[in-house]
Design a protein around this ligand. Sequence first.
Ligand SMILES: *Cc1c(COP(=O)(O)O)cnc(C)c1O
Length: 454
Amino acid sequence: MTLTTSRSTEVQSGGPGLRQVRNVVTAIPGPKSVELNSRKSAAVARGVGISLPIYVQAAGGGVVLDVDGNTLIDLGSGIAVTGVGNSAPAIVAAVTEQVNQFTHTCFTITGYEGYVAVAELLNELTPGDHDKRTALFNSGAEAVENAVKIARHFTGKQAVVAFDHAYHGRTNLTMALTAKSMPYKSGFGPFAPEVYRAPSSYPFRDGGLSGAEAAERAITQIEKQIGASNLAAVIIEPIQGEGGFIVPAHGFLQTIAAWCRANGVVFIADEVQTGFARTGAMFASDHEDLVPDIIVTAKGIAGGLPLSAVTGRAEIMDAAHVGGLGGTYGGNPIACAAAIATIHSYQNDGLIERARDIEAVLLQELGALQAVDPRVGDVRGRGAMMAIELVDPATNEPDAALTTRVVSAAHAEGVILLTCGTYGNVIRFLPPLTISDDLLRDGISVLGNVLASS
Ligand SMILES: *Cc1c(COP(=O)(O)O)cnc(C)c1O
C-alpha cells in the first residue's frame, strides 16, 4: 500500500493498489462526509445534487474509499467514465509527463501532437473503413452540439430528429434533444428550435415490435411530420443510457441508418455512454454492424479527464469552414495524453473481453434475482452496461419508489448503484472494467438482500 502525505494528513493513493474489498466502518455517509456535505450545501448551487453524499478520498480497481475510511464497491464508474479504473497507473504516468511539459496552448493557436494522435486513433477505431476526420471538445454535450452544427453545415438543412427516452446532455441544444423533463429540462426553456422527436424501439414496453417495425413507425412519422428535405440529422444512442439502458430490437438501428443514407440525412450515433469497450465491443454500433456517418464519444475516452470527440466521414466533417469549429480547451493536451493511454489500455489490456466476462457474471446474478422476484421485470444490456427494470408484477407498471428504496439501502451497505430510466425504475450497472468478479458478485448479493427486504 502506498501512502503519500498531503497537507500534513496521511492520504491514501488511488489506483488498483487500493484494498479491493467492501468495508463499511461508519454510517453512510460518515461524519466527515456529513460535515463536507453541509459545507457543500452552503457553497454549491442547490441544482448540483449528489445522489450518494459520501466524499471521496481515493479510488481504483473496483472500489471507492471515502474520507471516513469506508470502502464502497463502484458499480457506476462515475457514469461509465473510468472504464480503465480510477487513477490507472498508465494514465497517471501519461498525465504526469504531459503536465510537466505543458498544460495548454489552445490547439487552434498552436498545435501539439497529442491532439492529432487522438484523432488518428479515433479515425482508425470507430466503425467503418471510410476516410474520417475528428474534432475534439470537452464534454459529451459540447460534442453533440458540434455534431449537429457539422451536419447542418454539410446538408444545408436544419431539422434534427432525436428519439423517445433519448439523453444527449444539458446545454440548450442538447436539452432540446433530451427527452425527459425532470430533472434535465424542467424550468430551463425555451429550448433550441428545429428539434423533433420520434418513437424508439423499447422491446420490454412496445408490445414486441420488431426492429424493422419500430423503425418503420419512426420513419413514417419523420416523413409525415418533418420531411427528409428539411432534415439535417438523426441522432440516436445505440443503447439508450439515461433513458433506461434500452437495447433496441435487432434491425432498428440499421433500418433507420439505411433510410438516412437514402435520403441525404446524416446519421449520428451518440456513443458517449456506450463507447470504448463498455458494451463488450469497442463501440456499441459494432454489435449491429452499424456504420454511423458521425459518431460522438466522451465519457470513457480519457480515464476520467474531460474530453469528447466528433468523428465522421471526411466529406461531412470537412464541410465546415476553417475556424468554424473549436473552443479554448477542446482537446486539452493533458486530456489527450490521458486518452492515448486510455485507448491503448482498451486495446491491449483485454478490456473488451473483460466487459464480456462482466456481462456473463451480471446475467447470471441478475437472472437469479429475476427468477425469485417477479418485481425484476427485465434484465437487459450489453457487456458492462447492464440494468434491471423494477415493476409491479401484476401490471408491469414502473415502480420508481421501490427503485429508490433499494438503491439507498444498497448505498448504506457500501455499494454505489445508479438509477436511470424515463420512469425512474431502472437500476444500472456500469462497473469499471477493472473490477474483480468477487467484488461484482458481492455487490449484486447486497442488491439481492436489500431487494428482498424492500
Ligand atoms: C452523458 C451523456 C451525454 C452528455 O455528456 P456530458 O459530458 O455530461 O455533457 C450525452 N450523450 C449521452 C448518451 C450521455 O450518456
